[in-house]
Design a protein around this ligand. Structure first.
Ligand code: HEC
Length: 174
């Protein structure tokens, strides 16, 4: 009888110990997750605080190397706001309204108005008459340049235009 009780007692201790261990384990995991979540919530706030001012870019057709990352992120934001409904979040022509109007896949092309910064800017100035692609002149000029440079950064159908030619065009473009 005494032996049996001893066995039961040590079994009980082992059981209690494992329960405590599991409990502590979960507390530790949950508290670690809590810290992670806190960091995730903070990150976007930090980004919002450092808002990029497009007006700080004197020549929005040719941002400096230091400006480029923020500039393209801004261009992406403006693209998503104005164009993604047809051209899709990633430019693949698959936005909610894109199919009905047969919006261009901006990642693959091909271009009907010509590729590169100048032609894309002209497409935004004039639209493509007779299609769902309207003119976007009501969007501020600097924002349009940001969108055009963003498109050039994501497309596989890139077309190099000499920076001097772009600058020359930009002088008269409205
Ligand atoms: C209402 C839908 C719609 C919206 C919104 C829209 N587009 Fe389009 N876009 C089209 C369609 C449709 C075409 C293809 C027209 C055609 O048949 O050639 C097109 C074509 C284009 C092309 C290809 C030009 C070429 O050379 O072939 C570019 C670049 C483009 N859009 C840029 C934009 C940008 C940038 C915006 C946002 C500022 C935008 N589009 C907003 C419908 C849209």
């Amino acid at each position: 009888m005494a032996e049996g009780n001893n066995h039961n007692a040590s079994g009980m201790y082992a059981f209690l110990f494992s329960m405590v261990f599991v409990f502590v384990f979960f507390v530790v995991i949950i508290s670690m997750k809590g810290i992670d979540l806190g960091e995730n919530i903070q990150d976007p706030k930090k980004e919002e605080v450092s808002t990029f001012d497009i007006a700080s870019v004197k020549e929005p057709w040719a941002p400096t190397e230091a400006q480029l990352k923020d500039f393209l992120a801004y261009g992406q934001k403006m693209y998503v706001r104005n164009c993604a409904i047809c051209h899709g979040q990633e430019g693949r022509g698959d936005g909610p309204s894109g199919k009905a109007v047969n919006a261009r896949n901006l990642v693959t092309g091909p271009w009907k108005q010509g590729g590169g910064l100048i032609n894309h800017f002209k497409t935004l100035q004039n639209g493509i008459p007779g299609t769902g692609m309207t003119a976007w002149k009501h969007v501020p000029k600097a924002d349009r340049w940001a969108i055009v440079l963003y498109i050039e950064s994501i497309t596989e159908a890139k077309e190099h235009v000499e920076p001097t030619a772009v600058a020359e065009f930009a002088k008269t473009a409205d």
